[in-house]
Design a protein around this ligand. Structure first.
Ligand code: HEM
Length: 147
């Protein structure tokens, strides 16, 4: 059962970090190079909207499986686990800021065909996704190397 929890944990990590990597390193640069704002920004707003729904479910499994393993471990909590949950909390807050503070206004700006506003929101989202991606990779390193 514990291995099933770790499997769910790792699948959630793959979805979240892998999705951020794909969006940041592959999708957005190509969309920026090939599509003008009236085509690019609706595409990115819709792709991100879908991704955030999937990541919402991934977070349920990530936090759920992690919290259960914490509860099972009792008092003997390794330092790497504490570091993991601390960084994961920061990443989750950054994600919430992206979704509620910038993605929702971006969707509204796209609906109003306000491309400068939508583009500015997308730019901030890009600037916030990069540190979250780096934190995610760092967390995997802490979790695996500190185990
Ligand atoms: C993006 C955030 C996270 C990443 C990248 C991450 C990554 C990982 C990885 C790679 C492992 C496997 C380590 C190994 O066995 O070698 C792991 C295990 C674990 N994680 Fe996370 N984790 C994250 C968030 C969390 C959260 C939020 C919690 C707690 C609420 C948590 C609690 C745990 C626990 C307790 C284990 C040990 C499971 C076991 O060995 O049975 N993690 N994590």
């Amino acid at each position: 059962m514990n291995r099933v929890l770790v499997l769910l944990h790792l699948l959630a990590v793959i979805v979240w970090i892998g999705g951020m990597f794909f969006a940041h390193a592959c999708l957005r640069p190509v969309a920026a190079a090939q599509l003008p704002p009236p085509q690019r920004l609706p595409l990115l707003a819709a792709v991100l909207g879908r991704f955030f729904v999937v990541v919402g479910w991934a977070l349920v499994f990530l936090w759920g499986s992690g919290i259960i393993r914490f509860a099972q471990a009792g008092a003997a909590i390794p330092a790497s686990w504490l570091a993991m949950v601390g960084i994961a909390a920061v990443m989750t807050v950054i994600l919430a800021v992206i979704v509620f503070r910038f993605h929702r206004p971006m969707v509204a700006a796209v609906a109003a065909s306000d491309w400068p506003q939508a583009g500015a929101a997308m730019n901030t989202i890009r600037q916030l996704v990069l540190p979250n991606l780096l934190l995610g990779v760092f967390t995997v390193a802490v979790a695996v190397l500190g185990a």
